[in-house]
Design a protein around this ligand. Structure first.
Ligand SMILES: Nc1nc2c(ncn2[C@@H]2O[C@H](COP(=O)(O)OP(=O)(O)O)[C@@H](O)[C@H]2O)c(=O)[nH]1
Ligand SMILES: [Mg+2]
Length: 259
């Protein structure tokens, strides 16, 4: 699925702001996050409101049956900056995020998980890094030592091995420590018109390899524990990751790198 500037009118007047500056759209993908989503949206708004930057939060729900969309709908009735998009015949984290970005006309595209493993307070630093002119700002688990403190060691090892596997694909000058983070903000002009895989969890890696990225900033954060509900990472996610690595290696040999 390509990222493009949406011409659909549902983006409308959600921005609700007279302040100037680049508009920020934050994608929140959800699959059965009823125990987390209200607190997440509350905390995100508490961080973003004082920044006086036009923003909107687009929740993309893929058929949750635990009441997640109803909660978002209710909150959206009192705050137009919260919008709900539902998909009934599609699944996939990356595709959900792209779907949110495509239904907005914001210039800065962000993503955060709904389960509070990504601390919303870090959004302020990510946006500050974008204001300094970077093309992408990444919440990174590996910049500081305690980013994964408290994790199961097996999960740390798998995550590290997956990260090392990406080194050959990353372009010189934009190499990062956590290319598989699911918490970042990117400039729309860097990704506009580029086709991305929709199924996997690793949209960032593909952006780093294929988008028009010249400058990156990593902001350390501690990847917390899920507050409620269950992880959706599964064997199929690992399969899609391997598929993505295969595709990127073909690209590496067959295509010139983006300018
Ligand atoms: N819309 C949508 N959201 C998803 C899908 N898979 C996972 N998510 C959401 O993506 C975020 C990260 O998923 P999670 O299961 O916590 O992955 P983990 O942190 O790697 O264990 C959460 O907000 C999930 O609800 C999907 O297929 N569609
Ligand atoms: Mg999670």
């Amino acid at each position: 699925m390509a990222i493009h500037l949406s011409v659909t009118l549902d983006a409308g007047d959600a921005w609700m702001s007279t302040s100037s500056g680049e508009r920020f759209v934050l994608a929140v993908p959800t699959l059965n996050e009823a125990g987390n989503i209200e607190r997440l949206l509350h905390e995100v708004r508490r961080v973003l409101n004082p920044l006086e930057r036009p923003y909107e939060i687009v929740v993309v729900d893929d058929g949750s049956d635990d009441g997640t969309p109803e909660i978002v709908q209710r909150l959206g009735e009192t705050d137009r900056r919260i919008r709900l998009l539902t998909r009934h015949h599609e699944r996939g984290l990356a595709g959900a995020v792209i779907h949110a970005w495509n239904h907005s006309d914001g210039e800065l595209l962000g993503v955060i998980d709904a389960d509070l493993q990504h601390p919303p307070a870090v959004l302020a630093s990510l946006l500050e890094a974008m204001d300094q002119g970077n093309d992408i700002a990444i919440g990174s688990r590996y910049v500081s030592k305690d980013g994964v403190a408290g994790w199961n060691p097996v999960r740390v090892a798998i995550s590290r091995a997956g990260t090392w596997a990406t080194v050959p694909f990353q372009r010189k000058g934009v190499r990062v420590k956590d290319p598989m983070s699911g918490f970042f903000v990117v400039r729309r002009e860097a990704v506009d018109g580029i086709e991305f895989e929709t199924k996997g969890f690793k949209l960032l890696l593909e952006i780093l390899v294929r988008a028009r990225i010249r400058s990156v900033r990593e902001i350390p954060y501690h990847f917390g524990v899920r507050q409620a509900g269950k992880s959706k990472a599964s064997a199929s996610v690992a399969f899609h990751y391997l598929h993505l690595l295969g595709k990127l290696s073909r690209d590496l040999f067959l295509r010139p790198s983006p300018q």
